[in-house]
Design a binder for this molecule. Sequence first.
Ligand code: ZN
Ligand code: ZN
Length: 698
Amino acid sequence: MAPAEDWVVRTAGDVRAEGERRHPGEAPTCASGISPSGPVHLGNLRELMTPHFVADEVRKQAVPCRHILSWDDYDRLRRVPAGFPESFAEHIGRPLTAVPDPCGRHPNWAEHFKEPLRESLARLGVRLTEISQTQMYTSGAYTEQIIIAMRRRADIGAVLARYQTKRPGQASADPETDPDDDDPQNAGTRAYYPFKPYCAVCGRDDTTVTGFDDETTEITYACACGAQLGPVPIAEVAGKLVWKVDWPMRWAYERVTFEPAGVDHSSPGSSFTVGAALVSEIFGGEMPLHFGYSFVGTSGGSSKMSGSAGGAPTPADALEIFEAPLIRWLYARRRPEQSITLAFDAEVGRVYDEWDALSRKVAAGTAEPASVAVYGRAAGTAEGPLPVTPRPLPFRTLASVADITAGDQAQVLRILRDLTAEDPVVSLDEVRPRLDCAQAWVAGYMDPADRTRVRSEPDTARLAALSEEEGGALKLLTERMGDDWSLDGLTTLLYGVPKLLRGLPISAPPTPELKAAQRAWFILLYQLLIGKNTGPRLPTLLLALGQDRIRYLITPGLYRSVLYSALYSGAQQRGAPPEAGPRPGVPRLPPGPDDRYGLRPVQLIGGPLHHTERHGQPGRGLRPQRGVGGLSPQPAVSDGVQQGGHPGAHLTRGAHLSLVPGRGRQRGGLVTGPVAGEQRVEHTGQRRGVGRHRVLRT
Ligand SMILES: [Zn+2]
Ligand SMILES: [Zn+2]
């Protein structure tokens, strides 16, 4: 796409030239129009973004340019949108600004739908001037134009009739057109009036004009409610021009230089065609530059979308999951005649990847000129760049982390630190707002079948049925994953395990046989960890789970599930007695001496004990602690609050020490494997140094 074919640059040039020709010395005007009759969806956003890109391009050339948004808030309520109470049907026929607000926080129905779009436009960097048609009509700004239109109603009717008779069957081609708004049954006769009063009695527009005095400008009308009104000066009558007359009137009034519209508006007999005739013949203006833009579709969706209940997603919905520059990019990268599809499904990750790849290319100076131009339009406006995520980690990674952690912010930070070991993320602010987008996507749009549910207990049946190779692979992973606990280290190890098992170096090139072995190995891990054959990238998943949880889930026979349940069940966290009772003949222990964390002791069930444990503390490494004598064969409990040491933990070969940190949290804290002669305790979780030790026997 050479610059000459860049529609934004080309249109901006046309707008400047045409503006200068029509109104020398005046800023050209780009126009959008939106009816706030219901949720403003992503298709409507194209009505705003298309003139925005053009106006912004003009401004980037250091030339002032107006972008106006005409709110068609003086239109009648035509129907109650899906999802709103049928009681609003009472207001059908009244101006949108005269219909009550559905939520009670806004002045009226129209404002209810304007506010979210206004917020979205601000976030998208779209700067424009809002014009309320209610304000314009009720203030009398258009009175002169209304009188002109009424006096020339025969001419208007003739134009309407001309296009209608020429193109039978085209009358409903324009979806914005109200059937009773623009159905000029009497067009071409003196009985046609292009002005529709809102009844002074009932407020609806079920009215029929019965007369207009061209001299006095007095109007008479009747309403379906039975009211007969007038004659009264039209300047004092609430009402508006019918749409096909209203639009060209505004083109002239606002001196619109450029106004695109949905492709359906450009069809023969449409409001564009009729308006082109009326703006010059009746209102002494000129047709704006214009073209049709194509549709915006979406894929995927959610009941959480604000435009839901059968409706389409809104810009606010899109901003939940896309950074603002990405949305701008999705609109800017297509030519107007091309349709746009916004993904809300798993494609979101691919869209982010494409955007990131383009960002890198632009930064490196290797992007195509056309792509650079589109990127520039997306990343900022004439006023400057839009806010970005300081560290744009891949969206899929963030989504995986959000998925695995169920949004636990402390866990998210821990995992992201591990993921960025060479330059660790220090604060989640560095990865916002993209992290928030990923979390919103996981919560609202991710296919529930794709959600990751980490096993709460080992798959004992599968673990009992491991082949020799599978067992060896799991053992290798368990032994070596701590050597380089990073994304790269784990990636190398995961792919390397099948090689090591075959006596090959970890750097051995892949062969078809190795690839098959790797696939089978990955499936085994997914099965053992999350009970599915696929899932998030395995290195990310492992980092997210932490070494203790992984060991617990993939080591055959390491823990009896009953003990795990006792330690980790919600009942245990609430202080209820553990489900695991002592063996027959082993007395149940009284509660431990220190119950301030609301945990109950767990029985140690027999076995000889060692007398030394090594206890790791942050910054101090491992240091030995003396045991306090053998407890065997008595049941024993180690129950201290670990704060520089803890009392009486005695570990036996084959026993495991677990640290259960503070109240109500289930942060890792499990255990390392048995080591002859000593037991290494790993502190994980956020509250280092605070927790309880429990001695378990396997
Ligand atoms: Zn409201
Ligand atoms: Zn009435």
